[in-house]
Write a protein that binds this ligand. Structure first.
Ligand SMILES: Nc1ncnc2c1ncn2[C@@H]1O[C@H](COP(=O)(O)OP(=O)(O)OP(=O)(O)O)[C@@H](O)[C@H]1O
Length: 235
C-alpha cells in the first residue's frame, strides 16, 4: 500500500486554482523527485500534501483519507515538511528549533535524538544555544532538515533544499540526504531545481507544468529524456 496517495487533487489560493487534477503516490521508503519551472506549482503541491492549504480531490495516508486533516495530525501520521526558505525560527536557538520538530514525541526520546543530531552535525551542536538567524545558509538548511527528522517521519517533503546554497554545499547536502534516507528508511518527496543531483538520489520523478503533472517515470528515464535534459540538465 502507498504511504501517500493523491488522486485528482486540485488546490490554490482564493479563487485561483494552481494545481489541477494531480495524482501521485509515494511508497514507503522511496525517493520521488518533483521537477518543474518557476511558478509550475511545486511549492503549492507540497503545501497541499502537508495540509497547509485546502484541497479538493482525494488524499490518503496509509489508504485512509486525510482530506481536511490539519498539519498537526498529518505530522502525527508521519509526515514532515521542510519548507522552501527553510522556515527555521531565527529568534529561537538551534536547540529550540529542533525541539519544535519533536513536538509530537516524548521529551526524553527527543533529547536522545538531539544528541544524535549534534554528533552528526557538530556545527549544530556547537551552536545549539545560538539563535538560528546567525547560522550560514547551509547550516540553516541542515537545521531545517534535522528539525523535519526530529519527528521521526516516514515521509519528508523537501521544498528546494538547495535554494541559495553554493554548489559545493549543495553537493554535500544531497550526500547527507542520501545518508539520512539510508539510515532512517524514510520516504522523501523532493522538489528541486538541481535536477542533476536530485535524480541521482531519486528513484522516480514527476514533471509539473502549469499545475499539472505532464511527465512521470524513473529517474533513469528522466535523465535520458531529451526534453528533461534540455530544460533541467543543461545538456
Ligand atoms: N500565497 C499565494 N497567493 C496567491 N497565489 C500564489 C500564492 N503562492 C503562489 N501563488 C501562485 O501559484 C502559482 C504556483 O506557485 P508555486 O510557488 O507553487 O510554484 P513553484 O513551482 O514552487 O515556483 P518556484 O520554483 O518559483 O518556487 C504561481 O502562479 C504563484 O504566483
Amino acid at each position: 500500500m502507498s504511504l501517500l496517495e493523491a488522486r485528482g487533487l486540485s488546490a490554490g489560493y482564493g479563487q485561483i486554482t494552481v494545481l489541477h487534477d494531480v495524482s501521485l503516490r509515494v511508497d514507503p521508503g522511496e525517493i520521488v523527485v518533483v521537477l518543474g519551472s518557476n511558478g509550475a506549482g511545486k511549492t503549492t503541491l507540497l503545501r497541499a500534501l502537508s495540509g497547509l492549504i485546502h484541497v479538493r480531490g482525494e488524499l490518503e495516508v496509509d489508504g485512509t483519507s486525510v482530506i481536511g486533516t490539519g498539519t498537526h495530525r498529518l505530522a502525527a501520521l508521519g509526515m514532515a515538511h521542510v519548507p522552501q526558505g527553510r522556515g527555521t525560527f531565527g529568534d529561537l536557538t538551534v536547540e529550540e528549533n529542533l525541539l519544535v520538530g519533536a513536538a509530537t514525541r516524548p521529551r526524553r526520546e527527543a533529547r536522545t535524538d538531539l544528541d544524535r543530531w549534534y554528533a552528526r552535525f557538530p556545527r549544530l551542536g556547537e551552536r545549539r544555544h545560538r539563535h538560528a538567524a546567525g547560522l550560514s545558509g547551509g547550516e540553516q538548511q541542515m537545521l531545517a532538515i534535522a528539525r523535519g527528522f526530529m519527528s521521526r517521519p516516514r515521509l519528508v517533503l523537501l521544498d528546494e533544499p538547495s535554494l541559495g546554497l553554493a554548489p559545493a554545499i549543495t553537493t554535500e547536502l544531497f550526500g547527507t540526504l542520501a545518508e539520512l534516507h539510508e539510515e532512517s528508511g524514510a520516504a522523501m518527496l523532493i522538489v528541486e531545481q538541481n535536477a542533476e543531483l536530485a535524480l541521482r538520489i531519486g528513484e522516480r520523478a514527476l514533471l509539473l507544468e502549469h499545475g499539472r503533472i505532464v511527465q512521470r517515470g524513473t529517474a533513469d528515464e528522466f535523465r535520458s529524456s531529451d526534453d528533461i535534459r534540455r530544460a533541467y540538465l543543461g545538456v
